[in-house]
Design a protein around this ligand. Structure first.
Ligand code: UD1
Length: 363
């Protein structure tokens, strides 16, 4: 039973890794790994394959960056002949990036079953490109694997029949638990001259934050105050670096002595940085989940989250982009006024195995 597994952008790689391992061990499944090439820099792609020991993709579509329409269309054009050639039993897509919806559409139009891992998450904000990718991918999928009960509820509300929906846990947390011991040996803290709990980590790359100078400027208002109190390590995404280099905000960033920009970190170094941080400030989805498992306070610099369990049970607080609110939440976190985080159900390191077993039965 051939399954083509699609990965395209950085947050896909930690999701596909445990699935490939579980599928390779499964006697009934013959997995093929395909990289769309949406992300292509060593630090955004190959480094993750090496560190997570993901097998070399059998196929790389090499599409690269472009506008949403062009990128999505190029992936579809390149993917269609691959599906025709391999005649798989199913195509599996993860997450919510352009590669997810592009390959999903190709599969269903060719009458091939579509599997979506990390289904049902909703920010209810349709200005977010990922929300459109999530809604459309779920609407056309045959088997939908959810990380949290909220995802199941959203799918039911949208009319997806129960027999297609499976609550299995979180494959990204499988990867975190598999790699935690290795990450503990990372030398990143000494390389950067940091001590455990003596710094914060920041990531920013959402278009709503970094493409709009007014919003980015408000975030810098808050960061100016926080960095005077606690050094901030900022592994900077290529989109954010590009925007900053074109904007007058660059001088404000350079003026902050304790805001330290570094290149995008590899998986193991970044896991170590998060694990030992006093707190994490982010607009990433996955980091909200990872900090929940690490029990490190996370301030989400967005108005919403598609991962509500991280705020209900975990260490996440959705604070938005108002500097006053960010600074108040920062003080609460460093002064220890956060509640004790709990692990969401089924985030136990075995989600990929559950998915493999269900696929072997259902396909
Ligand atoms: C994409 C995903 C987003 C995910 C993020 C993680 C979509 C719609 N967005 O956003 O959901 O959270 O990945 O990183 O799919 N670039 C490089 N090198 C690379 C890749 C990108 O320099 O390897 C630069 C290019 O200038 C590119 C820009 O980053 O134009 C944005 O890349 P793109 O893949 O379009 O979107 P992301 O912002 O990375």
């Amino acid at each position: 039973m051939i399954i083509i597994n699609v990965a395209g952008a950085r947050p896909n790689f930690m999701k596909i890794a445990p699935l490939m391992t579980a599928f390779k061990r499964h006697p009934q499944i013959e997995p093929i790994l395909l990289h769309t090439g949406q992300h292509y820099d060593d630090r955004m792609s190959d480094l993750f394959f090496r560190q997570l020991e993901i097998p070399e993709p059998e196929i790389n579509l090499g599409v690269g960056s472009a506008s949403h329409a062009v990128q999505t269309a190029e992936i579809m054009r390149a993917f269609e002949p691959v599906v025709l050639d391999h005649a798989p039993a199913a195509v599996l897509v993860v997450g919510d990036v352009n590669s997810t919806i592009a390959c999903g559409l190709v599969a269903v139009k060719l009458g091939v079953k579509l599997i979506h891992v990390e289904a049902g998450l909703r920010s209810f904000d349709r200005t977010m490109p990922e929300e459109i990718n999530r809604l459309l991918t779920d609407a056309i999928s045959d088997l939908l694997f959810c990380t949290e009960q909220g995802g199941v509820n959203n799918l039911r509300r949208e009319g997806i029949p129960d027999e297609k929906i499976f609550l299995v846990g979180n494959v990204m947390i499988d990867t975190l638990l598999n790699n935690k011991a290795k990450a503990d040996n990372s030398k990143i803290l000494s390389e950067l001259g940091l001590t455990a709990r003596g710094y914060a980590v920041l990531t920013l790359h959402r278009p709503s934050n970094v493409d709009d100078p007014a919003v980015f400027g408000r975030l810098l208002d808050a960061l100016e105050v926080i960095q005077k109190d606690l050094p901030i390590i900022f592994p900077i995404h290529p989109r954010t670096r590009k925007n900053l280099s074109r904007s007058s905000l660059c001088t404000r960033v350079e003026a902050m002595a304790n805001l330290r920009l570094i290149d995008p970190a590899g998986y193991l170094d970044f896991l170590k940085l998060m694990s030992d941080a006093k707190l994490v400030l982010t607009d990433s989805g996955g980091i909200q989940e990872e900090t929940t498992i690490l029990k490190v306070p996370c301030l989400t610099l967005r108005e919403n989250t598609e991962r509500p369990v991280t705020a209900e049970l975990g260490s996440n607080t959705v604070v938005g982009t108002d500097p006053k609110k960010i600074i108040a939440a920062y003080r609460d976190a460093v002064e220890g006024r956060s509640r004790e985080p709990k692990t969401p159900p089924l985030w136990d390191g075995h989600a990929a195995e559950r998915i493999a077993d269900i696929l072997a039965e259902k396909l």
